[in-house]
Design a protein around this ligand. Structure first.
Ligand code: ZN
Length: 327
């Protein structure tokens, strides 16, 4: 691990995850499309924001000065089908996870997202378009160090359906994700993802959300998935992929679950340094894991990036770093 910034170009893509300072967007970016659950046409405009602003959503369709909703674990509401946040005034926004994954995956600290509806546009069901727009616009490096949440002790949770999630110390952000579906088109899939410069854009960003056809009618009757179609989700029916063009990668399902995990982890308000091992992940499991972590105050530490870079996998400063500090 080096304390140096590793800013570099990969083709036309500026990749600056491991540089130590906070970042924001160079200029506003607007994206529009259908909301997966509401079916409404929605525009989200991503604005540059000051140091330490974090990620905040602003409901522009709500006539209320309290319509700002910070994307933090304190504001997370447990839902099985999407990530929902709600502020103290009861104003909510749904389906933020793919945008959050893009911010976490690209190393963006400060953004205000103006959204004119109750959820973010689903786009093609992945984070590809968000990443592409951000890459084209470029990022602005800011004057304060980035914060990193370092896992110091393991934390583990489970749900009654057999889903499990464990966070433990590691030298970098690692996702070890397993899914297991009865439908043979999905089956059991496993992904080991080591977060590094450019990794999110190449490995996870284009993986689309998915559902089982037999659940679509059920969701529609419950007022959900009104905007769902083969344009914005992979639909699986009894061993068959219904999308005419098939999958983008054979393991697109587990890649999308890893993308969702990365988005949910960013509700911690800092880039994570630790390993997440999870089986049958979902948004309710993520919320429980993060709430349990926040309650275990000795299990983590939030530090400036430069300090985090010196911490070993056990969350302790190595001897050489201690010696350097005492000089
Ligand atoms: Zn998703």
């Amino acid at each position: 691990m080096t304390l140096e910034s590793k800013t570099r170009q990969r083709g036309a893509i500026l990749v600056i995850i491991s540089q130590p300072m906070q970042t924001t967007l160079n200029a506003p970016i607007s994206v529009s499309g259908i909301g997966l659950h509401s079916g409404s046409y929605i525009t989200a405009t991503l604005h540059p924001a000051d140091c330490d602003y974090g990620i905040c959503f602003h409901r522009t369709d709500v006539d209320d000065r309290d319509a700002i909703i910070p994307a933090t674990i304190d504001n997370a509401v447990e839902t099985p089908l999407c990530t929902r946040i709600e502020n103290a005034a009861g104003i909510k926004v749904n389906t933020i996870e793919h945008f959050m994954a893009a911010f976490h995956g690209l190393g963006i600290d400060n953004v205000r997202i103006d959204v004119d509806g109750p959820e973010l546009p689903i786009l093609d069901g992945s984070a590809a378009q968000i990443v592409e727009r951000i890459h084209r616009q470029g990022l602005c490096i800011q004057a304060k160090p980035r914060r990193t949440l370092v896992i110091k002790k393991p934390v583990e949770v489970s749900l009654d359906n057999g889903a499990t999630a464990r966070l433990e110390p590691a030298d970098s952000l690692i996702l070890d994700v397993t899914i297991d579906f009865d439908d043979t088109a999905i089956g059991q899939q496993h992904l080991y993802y080591h977060h590094d410069d450019g990794q999110f854009a190449t490995d996870l960003a284009s993986a689309r959300t998915f559902c089982l056809y037999k659940n679509v009618e059920m969701m529609r009757q419950a007022g959900l998935a009104q905007g769902g179609s083969l344009e914005n989700a992979i639909v699986v029916d009894d061993g068959e992929i219904m999308n005419p063009d098939g999958l983008r990668t054979p393991d697109e399902f587990v890649r999308h679950k890893a993308l969702d995990c990365l988005g949910d982890l960013y509700l911690l308000g800092a880039t994570l340094r630790g390993k997440l091992t999870t089986s049958r992940p979902g948004h309710a499991l993520s919320t429980k894991l993060l709430q349990t972590l926040m309650a275990a105050t000795d299990a983590f530490e939030i530090v400036d990036w430069s300090s985090a870079a010196m911490l070993g996998g056990n969350g302790q400063l190595p001897d050489t770093a201690v010696a350097a500090k005492s000089l």
